[in-house]
Write a protein that binds this ligand. Structure first.
Ligand code: ZN
Length: 441
């Protein structure tokens, strides 16, 4: 038991509020969860004061209009159009957001928190991604993973980087494995890692249709996906197999065959980078109809490239009338974005940035899309697929991971578990080594 929570995992601030308000059911009823979900992040040990945020135009992601939002103990303890009558003894701070748009923090389902890369020699290993690269860009929940380099990078290293981010205030989870089979693990099996290790919620990014993959066979894919699925059943965690899609012509063939020849539910297979090739994206639409969720990467796309930007792909997806809850956008932050020649040599290299989720959403707003229509792909959809309770939504009892957008549609203020990490466009909380000169950001 830590200082900020009761023995039942209920934030002490919440209990204080409940007592002061005489336990008004409509106000605090939804908060009393019997037990924390196994994938829930720990609540903050130092609960900030109660904060009442007035006149936020809330997108939950549904458009809820102007709302007053009361935050305490790392959660949203109340939300409504009235101004609640709060006793002075509670020490509430009140702030008027003057109609600014408030959205849930971004849920980034694919980031190389340890740094990815290494495709062109050890000097191309990308450094660890520091806290504020995520938080200043509005990312409040992240899933870390290993990619091409699952040899010099290990599951233990990834888990430590993930736990480091959690200690610094971010909600962070990770996958076991990496591009290759047999998968790199900590306990010796994918199932063991997901069952025994709190932060590990699935397996990935397992590479298919890529020259950098281990060229997995159908049986190999089924074995690893079933391990993830069964471990998910045992723990209540996501239990998914997050698939890195390469540029190969085989596209989603292996996934279709996995669905046709096994009893595994379609939700277990989540292919990512689905906008990297136009034909692959079209294949993805068909896979969605079979029940899978697909993930887009918000990477830069140049004119004339055989790829869609995440914005273009999401636009096409929604215009085609596809189910709005089976698509997501992630950043590939910290990952290496190499361009290969015909012999598989790297000819150019970029590094993925967590900020691309925010710039991608802002671009969709600039194009005139309704925020409530495009926002689920950046928030709720990933939280739901990954079974991250309290994440990706603004609601009573949900985690107080909030982003206030500026007039340009970019994150201006960012709150994680009730703590402001960015205010008025300036980052105010940094990771351990970010300001020491050890790490340049
Ligand atoms: Zn990848």
């Amino acid at each position: 038991m830590d200082a900020g929570t009761s023995h039942e995992g209920i934030p002490l601030t919440t209990i204080r509020v409940w007592r002061e308000l005489g336990g008004r059911g409509t106000v605090l009823g939804p908060l009393f969860r019997a037990s924390a979900h196994p994938a829930d992040p720990p609540l903050p040990t130092q609960s900030p004061v109660l904060q009442l945020l007035l006149n936020a135009e809330v997108f939950a992601p549904e458009a809820l209009g102007l709302q007053n939002v009361l935050v305490g103990g790392g959660e949203i303890v109340w939300m409504g159009t009235d101004v609640p009558d709060m006793p002075n003894s509670l020490g509430v701070t009140v702030e008027d957001l003057q109609g600014a748009r408030m959205i849930p923090g971004f849920v980034d389902g694919h980031a190389h928190v340890t740094g990815g890369g290494g495709e062109a020699g050890p000097e191309t290993r990308v450094p660890c991604v520091p806290l504020s690269k995520f938080t200043s860009a509005g990312v409040t929940t992240v899933v870390g993973l290993l990619g091409t380099d699952d040899v010099t990078r290990t599951t233990g290293d990834l888990l430590a980087a993930t736990r480091g981010l959690v200690a610094e205030g971010l909600s962070a989870f990770c996958y076991t494995g990496g591009y290759h089979l047999p998968p790199t693990t900590l306990t010796g099996s994918v199932r063991g890692d997901i069952v025994h290790i709190d932060r590990i919620i699935g397996v990935g990014e397992l590479a298919i249709s890529d020259h950098r993959s281990s060229q997995p066979t159908l049986d190999e894919l089924l074995r690893v996906a079933s391990d993830a699925h069964v471990a998910g059943l045992m723990t209540g965690k996501a239990g998914i197999c997050h698939l890195h899609m390469g540029d190969g012509e085989r596209g989603l063939d292996l996934v279709r065959r996995a669905l046709e020849t096994s009893e595994l539910p379609a939700r277990v297979f989540q292919p990512t980078h689905m906008n990297r090739r136009k034909a692959l994206f079209e294949e993805g639409l068909e896979l969605v109809q079979r029940g899978c969720s697909i993930d887009l990467t918000a990477f830069p796309v140049e004119d004339g490239e055989d790829a869609y930007s995440a914005e273009d792909a999401l636009e096409r997806y929604l215009e085609a009338g596809m189910p709005s809850d089976q698509i997501s956008v992630s950043s590939d932050g910290g990952g290496c974005l190499p361009t290969f020649d015909g012999d598989g040599r790297v000819v150019k290299m970029d590094v993925g940035e967590p900020a691309t989720m925010a710039t991608s959403l802002a671009e969709l707003l600039r194009r005139g899309h309704d925020l409530d229509r495009v926002l689920p792909a950046y928030t709720t959809n990933t939280a739901n697929l990954l079974r991250l309770k309290g994440k990706g939504r603004i609601c009573m009892g949900g985690h107080a991971d909030l982003v206030v957008l500026g007039p340009d549609g970019l994150p201006q203020d960012v709150m994680l578990a009730g703590v402001w990490h960015k205010r008025g466009g300036k980052t105010v909380v940094f990771g351990t080594f970010e300001q020491s000169g050890v790490m340049n950001v």
